[in-house]
Design a protein around this ligand. Structure first.
Ligand code: ACO
Length: 323
């Protein structure tokens, strides 16, 4: 059995902050941000929380699927920014959508989270342990950003996306995943162990409580590892690059996606993007994009979709499935 997507949903907060709005907070401008990242705006939470956005995305996926929430066996939420450490966001979602039979838990692999959660759900389904699984990626990066750091605050937005999987007979899902903890310091966020908090008060001090990123290091990592893992999954599946209909990549930076397409010698039109509208919503980028494509009617039964995520950890993962 494989988990087929039978419903998708997404939610972004209505409040929009464009590049010009950001230029009033930090020394930046629309041209620099667009040229270096492809980002035009981002949606930012007000009263909403990560689990609220996750629940809204899940409700939309349930509605589209027509499935009774009581049939859902498991809820997996990929997030690194839930408003509470516990209860987990997945239990909040369970309450919101009325999936009283489901077990729920969160999974944190930063921007790679949704692809890993999707692969985890496939493992439960193929083992016969679950039949219907809600997989969500949700993050409110605005809570983690240092809004005085122009090198990071321009990159992120808030949002959530969901895919409801249902066990069916079908071609197997092919997947791969890796981590490299040695390179972890290249991208860190929100230390709960703030041993040096007093030093943070000194002028120019590094604030442990916010995101820190070696931008060029992460860029190089992504451009090298994403093509590698896509080729790894293709080799395992026996499929060729040409057979893939869409490459749905984590939306961190337009230049990363263009570089991956170039390395794979594949036309950029097979790499849909929406980061102009939403920026990098971490674990939510891939499911928001899948929901948008689904609602636009871009998917046909039997099409082959390659998802790939990459991010803090460092972590990277890919999954090849048939629509
Ligand atoms: N506005 C204007 N100027 C800026 C800004 C800004 N927002 N940020 C930095 N600059 C300046 C720098 O100070 C520097 O100035 P200098 O030459 O006078 O020193 C200059 O622009 C170039 O800075 P770089 O950091 O070298 O710029 P780069 O081309 O590397 O772009 C960026 C930076 C966009 C962060 C890029 O490295 C990147 O995209 N990296 C990938 C990381 C990423 O996408 N992370 C997302 C989170 S991780 C994830 O999702 C996996």
């Amino acid at each position: 059995m494989v988990g087929k997507i039978c419903g998708t949903g997404s939610y972004v907060p209505p409040h929009v902050m464009d590049n010009d709005d950001l230029s009033k907070i930090v020394d930046t401008n629309d041209e620099w941000i667009r040229e270096r990242t492809g980002i035009g705006k981002r949606h930012i939470i007000g009263e909403e929380t990560t689990s609220y956005m996750a629940g809204q995305a899940a409700l939309r996926a349930v509605e589209q699927s027509g499935i009774d929430p009581e049939e859902i066996d498991m809820i997996l939420v990929a997030t690194s920014s839930s408003e509470t450490v516990f209860p987990c966001a997945a239990c909040e979602v369970q309450k919101m959508i009325g999936a009283s039979r489901a077990v729920g838990y969160d999974l944190n692999a930063a921007c790679t989270g949704f692809v890993l959660a999707f692969n985890t759900a496939q493992a439960y389904i193929s083992a016969g342990l679950c039949r219907t699984v809600m997989v969500i990626g949700a993050d409110s990066m605005s809570n983690m950003i240092d809004w005085t750091d122009r090198s990071t605050c321009i990159l992120f937005g808030d949002g959530a996306g969901a895919a409801l999987l249902r066990a069916e007979e079908g071609s197997p899902v092919h997947m791969a995943a890796h981590s490299d903890g040695v390179k972890g310091p290249a991208l860190t966020g929100l230390s709960r162990h703030r041993k040096n908090w007093e030093k943070e008060l000194e002028p120019g001090a590094v604030k442990e409580s916010y995101i820190h990123m070696d931008g060029q290091g992460v860029f190089k990592f992504a451009v090298r590892k994403v093509p590698e893992i896509i080729e790894e999954v293709l080799e395992e599946s026996g499929k060729s690059l040409d057979e893939i209909d869409y490459f749905v990549l984590h939306q961190a930076n337009r230049r990363i996606i263009e570089a991956v397409a170039k390395r794979l010698k594949t036309d950029i039109s097979k790499f849909p993007m929406n980061l102009e509208e939403y920026a990098n919503t971490s674990a939510a980028t891939v499911p928001i994009l899948i929901d948008e494509m689904n609602r636009k009617g871009m998917f046909r039964k039997g099409q082959k979709i390659m998802m790939a995520g990459f991010g803090a950890g460092l972590t990277w993962a890919a999954s090849l499935f048939e629509w």
